[in-house]
Design a protein around this ligand. Structure first.
Ligand code: PGA
Length: 250
């Protein structure tokens, strides 16, 4: 039985005072329920204070990007060892905003994932098709390519630290969600792709859905057999909404 994971992605939003108030509100609203895992991906500058605020709670803190390099002359970059040094345990890699706005390719995603895993971080690997790709019948090809680009190059002992997030690009921040059946169809395809690498990895790997998940649609999406939780953007900036989505995963 896979334990559900609800992960919030603040993107480039928030401030130190917001981390402070949000963390107190979220912990109060979540109460004692411990039936799912919770992670929050905040801008790198807030990792230290978020790790401190959530220490002792079941909420783990993650970064939204990582360098493929360990150290050196890479102005503006943050390495995986720097992230783990400030209490960060997770990193998002391959988010569609990074792929489209910052031109990250499948090979960049592989190199970043390798650097993160080598430094003991857990990775949420994001994959998803654009509307154009969906309308031209390319969903399976795109998703298989994005997943395989990473899985085919890494060994099983590190792959167990990867969670996949299926995020149809057309559903991110648009208010349009994939229907629970559309999500299930792609999640099941991803599980089949992972099974080609290893049947037991495919059984244990968590696959999250992301794209306009809100308190009023989370229960139905999370009820699908291959949906193991969600990656939540906009709604993770409201402690009440994020807490309600965490409850929906219970
Ligand atoms: P959204 O974002 O929930 O605002 O659609 C999801 C994401 O980008 O991870």
């Amino acid at each position: 039985m896979r334990r559900k994971l609800v992960a919030g992605n603040w993107k480039m939003n928030g401030s130190i005072p917001f981390v402070d108030s949000f963390s107190q509100e979220l912990m109060a609203e979540m109460g004692g329920d411990e039936t799912s895992d919770v992670a929050l991906f905040v801008p790198s500058l807030f990792l230290c204070s978020a790790s401190e605020m959530f220490s002792g709670s079941r909420i783990v803190v993650g970064a939204q990007n990582v360098s493929e390099h360990n150290d050196g002359a890479y102005t503006g970059e943050v390495s995986a060892s720097m992230l783990s040094g400030v209490g960060c345990c997770w990193v998002l890699i391959g988010h569609s905003e990074r792929r489209s706005l910052f031109s990250e390719s499948d090979s960049d995603v592989l190199r970043k994932t390798t650097a993160a895993l080598n430094n003991g971080l857990n990775v949420i690997l994001c994959v998803g098709e654009t509307l154009e790709e969906r309308e031209s019948g390319e969903v399976a090809a795109v998703i298989t390519r994005q997943v395989d680009a990473v899985l085919s190059e890494l060994s099983l002992d590190v792959l167990c630290n990867i969670t996949i997030a299926y995020e149809p690009v057309w559903a991110i921040g648009t208010g349009k969600t994939a229907s629970p059946d559309q999500a299930q169809e792609v999640h099941s395809l991803i599980r089949d792709v992972v099974a080609k690498k290893s049947a037991s990895l495919s059984e244990s790997m968590r696959i999250l859905y992301g794209g306009s998940v809100k308190p009023d649609n989370a229960v139905e999406i999370f009820s699908k057999p291959d949906v193991d939780g969600g990656l939540i953007g906009g709604a993770s900036l409201s402690s009440a909404d994020f807490a309600a989505i965490i409850k929906a995963a219970s």
